[in-house]
Every structure is written in C-alpha cells, then in structure tokens.
Design a protein around this ligand. Structure first.
Ligand code: TRP
Length: 439
C-alpha cells in the first residue's frame, strides 16, 4: 500500500495526460503500456530485491550487498535525482493546493477554458504566491517526516485513495456524455503508429519510470521495510496494475474533455489545470466536486512527496552517520527542506515572466528538471541497478527472493534474470541513445 501511495501521484494525473497529449495520444498509450510491462514490472522487482536483501536504504544498499564502496556513486546519483524531482514536484503540488483554495472560493464559477488558462497563467506569474503554496507543501511533508507519522498517513490514504479512484470513475462517466467526447476517445485509444518516433519512445519509457517511482532508490528503501514473507512479484504486479489504472483513467477523463472544450492536447504542463475546472463546471454539485477532487489530488501528491523526501532524508542521515558532523533525522529534515526550497524557488522563478535568465534552448528550468529527471537520470539509474542485480549479485540470492523452490513464483525468477542481465539494459540504452539522437 505504501509503495502504491508513492507511485500514484501527480505523475498519473498531471504528467501522464500532458505527456500523452504532447506525444500523439493513442500511439503514446501503446508504447507506454509496453514500457510498463517490459521495464516497469521487472525494475520494480529489481529495486525491491536490492532493498529487501540488503535491508538498507539507497545510501547503504549497494555497499552492503557488495561489501565494498565501488557502487557508492549510484547512491549519489539517486540522491541527485531526488533533489531535482522534488524541485518541480513541490511546485506542482503547490498548484494543487492553490486550486483547492480557488475551488473553495468559487473562483471558477461560470468561466470558460480561456479564462481557466488565464487563471493558470496569472498563478505561475505570481512567483510569491506560488512559492507560498509550495512552501506549505514542503512544510506539510517535513512535518510528517519530522514526527515520523508515516503510519498515520498510510492509514488515512487507504481510505482516501480509493475515494480518489471512485471520484475519477464518476468524472469519466460525466465527461463521456459531453458532446464530441468521442473525438477525445479516438485520440487516446486509437494508435496511429506513424506518430511513434524515438522521442515518443523515450518519453514513454521515462514516464513509466517516473510514474512507478523507479530509478531513484525510493523502492529500495521500501523494499528494506518489506516483511520476509512478502512476495516481491505479487506486490510489484499489484502496484503496476493500480498505478496504470489511475493513469489510464486520468487520460479517459482529460482527453474527451480536451476535445469537447476545444483545448489543445499538446498544451504542456498546464493541460489538466485548464481542463479539470471546466469539467467540474459541467458536473452536478460543481462546487463540492471541485473541492473534493483537488483535495484528494493534494493527498495523492503529498503521499508521493513524503516518499521522495524520505529517500533524501534517510540518505543524509546514513551518509553523515560516521562522520564528524552526524545529522540526525530532525537535522536532516531541516537541511533537505532548505535545499528543496532553493530548488523550488529556481523552478518557480523560471516559470514567471522575469525568469528568462533561467531558460536554455527554449526550455525553462522547470521543463528541464521535469525532462532531465524522467528521460535521463531515472533511466540511467535504473540501467545501473539492473546491471547490479543481474551481474553483481549472487544469482541464487536473487532467485530465492522470488519464493520457495519449485513454486511457480520461483520460476518467474528464471525469466527475470535474463531480462535484467541483457534485455533491459540493452533496451534502455538503445531507447536512450536513439531518443537523444545519438544512435
Ligand atoms: N511516482 C510518483 C508520481 O507518479 C512520483 C514519485 C514519488 C517518484 N516518489 C518517487 C518518482 C520516487 C520517482 C521516484 O507522482
């Protein structure tokens, strides 16, 4: 449940629709589903195996399994990735908080998508207000980690996350009754294979990593907490199914609405923030639906920020443990929060009109963080982790993680090993080099 909480977040509801929209809809969906199956599932298992076998977080895991420090660099890459992701993730979480407030104060009543677009533009141009909302999100996350109330949050999200899914089903039902919704359905479900190009494939692979929280050591940490009798393949499969279900539902809601309201599906990060308020205007109990949905979205976002920040905090605590200046959990929470706030400020400023100095090659700092983390850092970290388990861990140890000998689960191990030894690293590398135009 905790891993599902980490996986289901803004990646599914905010990022998936906008990336799919930018990459041709149906063609992207097919490639995405393939990536989830051939990369997502085995790589989720890979991180679980590293964590469960070592009993350590991303900082100590590789070291513990190899009994030397040669793999320490990979821990640092995970940490760097966490910091980059948090920089923009907290900004978007801040937007969600803002939208709860806007929904409560009735700011959307009677407006059309043009006005929603303006609303969004004025939000991102008000750097101070944006920072305040992100600060709120950082504070909430830091408080949870400070008081170690993860358990309470998990219990709460066990009720709230199914509620979010239920709400999404209702919204999908409403959206499908809109005029022209069939155009959106076609866009999302009809694959035009001519639209698939190397960039689409790279984007789909990156999105599958991001959505499943793979390639950053988060799942390693969760694996370390896994009870010995818990089955890795079954858990991974459940997480993958749930996460993918939420993403597909998000697409099912957004795309019919996009076409019904005449919005451009390739609008970028603002897509869902323009379309969602328009959907609520069409629903019964518009005011209440908007508040409820954005509220639940905030919960989904915060269960993910908790997992992101936990990786960095655990890392810092363990990394400084044996030094002259050890940082305990509380100090680590403070240091990481401070670093994250600096990143948040850069991300936020780069979105405003005064942020042109934070733009390179037509992309701002926010876009770069978003793109670099998913399309470069996470695939490379996952690539290294696959090689680590495939080539540097004891084969028997790996296979024993799958279950009792001769059980059918144990046999999955026989398929898994060649995948992480050969197919996955080679495929990641090929997609990566191809997508960047190097191959
Ligand atoms: N998977 C989350 C989402 O879809 C984001 C996330 C949380 C994440 N923890 C992570 C991504 C760790 C990478 C690594 O919103």
């Amino acid at each position: 449940m905790a891993t599902a909480g980490s996986a289901v977040g803004l990646g599914n509801i905010w990022k998936f629709p906008y990336i799919a929209g930018e990459n041709g809809g149906g063609a992207f969906l097919i490639v995405y589903l393939i990536c989830v199956l051939i990369f997502g599932l085995p790589l989720l298992m890979t991180e679980f195996i590293i964590g469960k076998k070592s009993g350590k977080s991303a900082f100590g895991a590789f070291q513990a399994l190899r009994k030397n420090k040669k793999w320490q660099w990979l821990s640092w890459c995970c940490m760097l990735t966490a910091i980059i992701i948090m920089g923009f993730y907290f900004v978007v979480t801040g937007w969600c908080f803002h939208y709860v407030v806007a929904a409560v104060t009735h700011s959307f009543k009677g407006l059309d998508t043009g006005a929603f677009s303006e609303h969004f533009t004025s939000l991102v141009n008000n750097g101070g207000s944006m920072f305040a909302y992100s600060l709120l999100a950082v504070l909430l996350t830091a408080i949870v980690l400070w008081f170690d109330v993860n358990k309470g949050i998990e219990r709460m999200s066990k009720i709230l996350m199914p509620l979010l899914l239920l709400m999404m089903v209702l919204m999908a039902g409403r959206v499908l009754m809109l005029p022209d919704s069939n155009i959106g359905m076609k866009f999302f479900f009809q694959a035009d294979f001519l639209k698939i190009n190397p960039q689409t494939v790279l984007a789909a692979m990156g999105q599958s990593f991001f959505s499943l929280s793979i390639g950053m050591g988060a799942i390693i940490t969760y694996g370390a907490y896994m009870p010995a009798n818990q089955n890795i393949s079954a858990t991974s499969l459940q997480v993958v199914v749930l996460d993918t279900l939420v993403a597909v539902f998000a697409g099912l809601i957004i795309f019919p609405a996009v076409f019904a309201f005449g919005v451009d599906p390739a609008e970028g990060p603002q897509l869902v923030f323009v379309v969602l308020p328009a959907i609520f205007e069409q629903m019964s109990f518009a005011w209440f639906s908007g508040i409820l949905f954005f509220g639940l979205l905030c919960v989904a976002a915060v269960t993910s920020t908790i997992s992101l920040m936990e990786v960095a905090v655990a890392f810092l605590t363990e990394a400084t443990e044996k030094t002259k200046h050890p940082l305990n959990r509380h100090k680590s929470v403070l240091v990481i929060s401070a670093i994250v706030l600096v990143m948040v400020a850069f991300n936020g400023i780069s979105l405003t009109n005064d942020g042109t100095w934070l733009c390179w090659e037509g992309k701002n700092f926010f876009d770069w963080s978003d793109m670099l983390s998913a399309n470069i850092f996470m695939p490379l970290n996952a690539f290294a982790m696959a090689l680590f388990v495939g080539w540097f861990m004891d084969k028997k140890d790996v296979r024993n993680q799958f279950g009792k000998q001769d059980s059918w689960l144990y046999r999955i191990g026989a398929i898994y090993l060649p995948l992480v030894r050969f197919l996955i690293p080679l495929a990641i590398l090929a997609i990566f080099l191809n997508g960047l135009g190097i191959l």
